[in-house]
Ligand binder design. Structure first.
Ligand code: FDM
Length: 220
């Protein structure tokens, strides 16, 4: 049946703690959107394929050392280098499902508890980036996270860091800046199918709205 032309694709971000199942759910959601007849592209940050992304990847694998501020700015630059691609993709009617974005950017850097790296400091280089149409936050209890097995060996996969990240995500909801309110919390404690269903029901509605022009062009 004839469909009205799509105004633009939706920019959907998936955020959450490690082991909440983000990567699995990004794939699942992208497949479901594709099967519903849409153009869809998945992205992830950090994007380790660019020169900046490779510097980040080496840092996360402890192959290099960097000042906390430097690596924060690289994470941010790694988003800025993708802005044109994001905007072009959305403009041609393709929906983007993105695994992490500037919410992780602010929360992880500030979780280092470096006294000179507050969440406000961390926010500044992100200002101006395209704001998502929807952010799904996969929430997982400490107990459930522990059940899902141990950590990998990248830099931030320690219980201290994860505890601080969790606290910062909670605190993000209370910062005066609007993006604290962007997070739509979904309980990630269920099965892959259950969580997938909960995500789908919220996201498909938002994608339809955006396709029909119900969005405001904005940036963080
Ligand atoms: N991370 C991710 C940051 O510290 N800042 C950022 O801006 C982003 C996007 O990098 F620990 C952290 C989160 C995680 C690590 O991410 C690598 P993946 O999703 O495991 O690749």
């Amino acid at each position: 049946e004839p469909k009205q032309p799509i105004v633009r694709g939706a920019f959907i971000v998936m955020e959450g703690l490690d082991r909440a199942g983000k990567t699995t759910q990004v794939e699942k959601l992208a497949n479901a959107l594709y099967e519903s007849g849409r153009n869809v592209e998945t992205m992830r940050f950090p994007d380790r394929t660019s020169p900046i992304g490779m510097m980040i990847s080496n840092y996360l694998q402890s192959k290099s050392e960097m000042d906390d501020h430097v690596v924060h700015l690289l994470f941010s630059a790694n988003r800025w280098e993708k802005v044109k691609h994001i905007n072009d993709t959305l403009a041609k009617g393709c929906t983007i499902i993105c695994d992490r974005y500037y919410y992780s950017g602010m929360v992880y850097s500030a979780a280092k508890r470096n006294p000179n790296l507050s969440i406000d400091w961390a926010r500044a280089p992100e200002v101006g980036l395209p704001r998502p149409d929807m952010v799904v936050f996969l929430s997982l209890s400490t107990e459930e996270a522990a059940k899902r097995g141990g950590f990998g060996d990248e830099k931030y996969e320690t219980s201290e860091m994860q505890k601080n990240v969790r606290e910062n995500f909670v605190a993000l909801k209370d910062i005066p800046a609007d993006e604290g309110q962007d997070l739509q919390v979904i309980d990630a404690g269920g099965s892959v199918e259950e969580v997938g269903k909960a995500i789908w029901s919220q996201v498909v509605q938002r994608v339809e709205e955006v396709e029909q022009g119900d969005f405001c062009e904005s940036s963080i």
